[in-house]
Ligand binder design. Structure first.
Ligand SMILES: [Zn+2]
Length: 227
């Protein structure tokens, strides 16, 4: 595999560079199967030639193992569009499901539309989910957005356009558990039949004078029936 290392713009003597220019390399990574054209990869920004050589060697190893992925330069909005067409073609979803996916994409666009897929990080994606939460969208809406985003990025990874799926570890924040302080306890306002029987028997056997008459004829919440 051919490689070419250089320090663009450096005119210093070969063993005493003081200009601070960075090393870069360009290597062949095989041929495009469709066009037969030579494919090249370049990287730059290395402080030393050794660093550049190590990076080139790592890249060549990936290519040889067949695990090299040339990440796409596609913008999120372009891929989301393409993805939707593929999704419809593959899954033949119901119109309602298509509308849900479109709606979810629309919610993602303000965050990512003009960003390249490969530049969307886990942190960026997580903050988008958090922001939807702050905007008070319902949990089911955010779940729909998250599910859609997961499908969009997963397909990009499957198509080897993307190395890392930024949605993989993302989560929707849970609402904090709120304890509602209330004077009125949430107890039923009436006795169950068994409780009522027990109560009235107690009144009859152990109650004070007239208790039995009072409780069997009047109740503050309405009438009680002994039978
Ligand atoms: Zn120099």
């Amino acid at each position: 595999m051919k490689g070419h290392f250089r320090k663009r713009g450096c005119k210093c003597p070969s063993n005493n560079c003081t200009c601070g220019k960075k090393w870069s390399f360009i290597i062949d990574v095989g041929k495009d199967p469709e066009t037969g054209k030579r494919k090249q990869e370049s990287r730059s920004g290395f402080k030393t030639k050794q660093e550049a050589e190590a990076a080139a060697a790592a890249l060549i190893t990936e290519v040889n193992k067949g695990i090299f992925i040339k990440e796409s330069d596609m913008l999120f909005k372009e891929w989301a569009n393409d993805w939707l067409l593929l999704y419809i073609e593959r899954n033949g979803p119901k119109p309602g499901t298509i509308r849900l996916r479109q709606y979810s994409i629309k919610k993602l666009l303000p965050y990512f539309a003009h960003i390249k897929l490969k530049n969307i990080t886990e942190e960026m994606y997580q903050s988008a989910l958090n922001d939807l939460k702050v905007q008070d969208f319902s949990r089911s809406t955010i779940e729909g957005v998250h599910t859609t985003a997961k499908m969009i990025f997963k397909m990009a990874v499957n198509k080897r356009m993307l190395k890392i799926d930024p949605t993989q570890n993302a989560y929707i924040k849970k609402d904090p558990q709120v304890i509602i302080e209330s004077d009125e306890e949430d107890l039923p306002l009436f006795f169950e039949r068994e409780d009522l029987e027990l109560f009235l028997n107690t009144v009859r056997n152990k109650g004070l004078f007239l208790d039995n008459a009072i409780f069997t004829t009047y109740h503050p919440l309405g009438c009680v029936s002994v039978n």
